[in-house]
Design a protein around this ligand. Structure first.
Ligand code: ADP
Length: 612
């Protein structure tokens, strides 16, 4: 893999921090302040200890010694209190960290173009980035976990350097010991120690990362077999009936065998750390001898030996950790880059910026102009040269056999997809030019496969956390749910289903439909579209629901979709779809008058199902 340049790594890391800041406010900062206090503390102890020993071994002023002791105790007490407070805050925030990271994904998924939700390559990219999240914290958690090491390292290096300056400045009177070349020798020893330790840690890490890479793949397969196949009730049915668990178990055995071969590289894991320990030992010996020799020749007191020995080893640790941080940064920058590649997927739908014109005369019209459409990654046109114009306030019916393209027509009108050819206009302007959210706000659609959620009834109807109770009740009444509402234990606060509340209610298919209709009414959008949410009903009941809804819809533009012609005969305009084309338009009576036409043919074919 190509190495990332330093400037790229800096920009990736900075963007990572800004996401942390946006989604987990205060978490990174809290951790940094905690670590700052925590890593300064040992230096304070060393400094005061050195002063106390120096005082005891020289002038022995009791007052000074007491002052040093009290100061160090007080400072540690203040640090402990501060750390405790910050820790409490950080723990609280850290416990929410994974949910916040999950939100990074759900926000992106929500803003993705609908078409991308069906795009296998994009969903695979999301899955990979999400898997990284749980395996490696997706770079974001690594970034957070790395904050302590980063602050500690900088404090270690900076404080150690400051506290070693006097080691080289103080003179012992011996030319050999006071020679400036010792600065170089001590620094080389420390750097050598640091480098060898970091090399050992990095190679250990590489082995671990290789192991993890296999594990990600293994986990994915295992999740499929273990969770998807056995625990998903939909699939478990078939697995049990057809005994497919035997095939699955054989495959799983093969995988476990394969996994056993991926053992850790023992050689790298043991040789490098051993070599590093020897180098560090030698380097430390040189440094300690130098400090001891300077003290011996009278450059400083015994207490300062404690200080220099302690800070030199801290400086060594700081350099080791710096190397490690740099290599770790490279690893999580790669993960962050994968995450950013997913987050940066363009939202093509969001390119438009026009606001929807507010017209007093309510004279809006929608026009399909020679629209043809292929679903992504397919080569079949499911809509061909569709031309249709209708005004706001009209009741339009879209009828035709199953698979003739009715739902696709609606999806295009609601901009879930863009046409492959041709254009759709609202008041003469291509709908792609409108602000996406504003355009979407003019539609209320009840799809055939509508979903209600395990929220409260009020939240389901209003599609929001807070709602206008009166309006919700009114919509439920219009949709014919009022009697059932009276029987609910907690009125509008009653939860649907039992996922979040054991008092939640189960609702029948017919009731769910009424709720979906009430939700469409609550949105109060100028366009209401019913895409066969009534398909499970018999033809007569569907007709009743549709004509009742027509009354409720009042002067809104309503579009009714059905493969049953009878359901829509009250509409002002009927468009007949066949194999992706509009083959006839007109009122029910006009269409029926054409006894050569498809509508006439379908009407007669379906006549047995209803009594007119
Ligand atoms: P209708 O609503 O009239 O039953 P649809 O608009 O749902 O018809 O479907 C029209 C055609 O488009 C069908 O042949 C269907 O198989 C195909 N189709 C629908 N959705 C997709 C999709 N997401 N990807 C590919 N083809 C699809």
């Amino acid at each position: 893999m190509k190495k990332m340049s330093i400037s790229k790594r800096i920009s990736v890391t900075m963007r990572g921090y800004s996401i942390l800041k946006q989604y987990c406010p205060g978490l990174a900062q809290g951790k940094a302040v905690y670590e700052l206090i925590h890593s300064i503390q040992p230096f304070l102890s060393v400094w005061f200890t050195a002063r106390i020993i120096n005082e005891i071994s020289s002038q022995r002023r009791v007052k000074t010694v007491i002052l040093y002791v009290l100061s160090v105790v007080l400072i540690h007490f203040i640090c402990a209190v501060l750390k405790n407070i910050i820790n409490q805050i950080c723990n609280e925030k850290e416990s929410q960290m994974w949910s916040w990271f999950g939100k990074v994904f759900s926000d992106k998924q929500m803003s993705l173009d609908f078409v991308d939700l069906e795009n296998a390559a994009i969903q695979h990219q999301r899955q990979e980035a999400e898997e990284n999240l749980y395996m490696f914290g997706n770079g974001l958690a690594q970034l957070f976990w790395g904050i302590s090491a980063l602050v500690r390292t900088f404090v270690n290096i900076l404080a150690s350097l400051l506290m070693t300056i006097s080691l080289f400045v103080s003179k012992s009177g011996n030319k050999l010991i006071d020679h400036p070349v010792w600065i170089l020798i001590v620094l080389i020893c420390i750097i050598l120690g640091g480098l060898s330790k970091s090399k050992a840690t990095i190679s250990e890490n590489e082995v671990f990362m290789n192991f993890c890479k296999n594990t990600v793949w293994f986990n994915r397969v295992f999740m499929f077999f273990g969770k998807e196949l056995y625990m998903n009730p939909e699939k478990a049915k078939d697995i049990r009936i057809y005994g497919q668990n035997i095939v699955a178990e054989k495959e799983l055995d093969k995988l476990i065998l394969h996994e056993r071969k991926n053992q850790f590289d023992i050689f790298k894991m043991s040789l490098y750390p051993a070599a590093a320990q020897i180098i560090i030992g030698l380097a430390n010996t040189v440094c300690y001898l130098f400090v001891a020799a300077k003290a011996l020749f009278g450059a400083f007191g015994v207490g300062s030996i404690v200080q220099y020995v302690a800070v030199l080893s801290r400086l060594g640790e700081g350099l080791q950790e710096l190397m490690y941080i740099l290599s770790d940064n490279e690893v999580y920058c790669t993960h962050l880059q994968n995450l950013f590649a997913y987050l940066d997927l363009p939202n093509n739908m969001y390119q438009g910026s026009l606001t929807i014109e507010k017209r007093d005369d309510n004279e809006y019209y929608v026009e399909f102009r020679d629209v043809s459409f292929q679903y992504p990654d397919t080569d079949r046109y499911v809509l061909k040269h569709v031309n249709l114009k209708f005004k706001i306030g009209e009741k339009l019916a879209v009828v035709g056999m199953n698979g003739s393209g009715k739902t696709t027509f609606i999806k295009l009108m609601c901009r879930l997809y863009d046409p492959t050819e041709g254009e759709i206009l609202l008041n003469g302007v291509n709908i792609q030019k409108y602000d996406y959210d504003e355009y979407m706000s003019i539609f209320s659609v009840v799809f055939q496969d509508f979903r209600l959620f395990s929220f409260s009834l009020g939240q389901n109807i209003s599609a929001s956390a807070t709602y206008d109770s009166e309006k919700v009740t009114e919509c439920l009444k219009k949709a014919g749910f009022d009697k059932r509402l009276e029987s609910l234990p907690n009125d509008l606060e009653t939860f649907l289903y039992k996922d979040f509340d054991t008092d939640g209610v189960e609702i029948s298919g017919g009731e769910a439909q009424k709720l979906a209709l009430a939700r469409a009414l609550y949105k109060d959008a100028p366009f209401i579209i019913l895409d066969e949410p009534t398909a499970a009903l018999d033809p007569l009941s569907e007709y009743e629901v549709y004509s009742k809804f027509n009354e409720i819809a009042g002067d809104k533009t309503a579009i009714y979709i059905s493969h049953r012609l009878s359901s829509c005969r009250f509409c002002d305009k009927i468009a007949v779809f066949h194999a992706g084309e509009i083959i006839q338009t007109g009122t029910h009576d006009e269409l029926l008058a054409d006894n050569e036409g498809k509508y006439y043919q379908l009407w007669n074919a379906q006549a047995q199902y209803y009594i007119t």
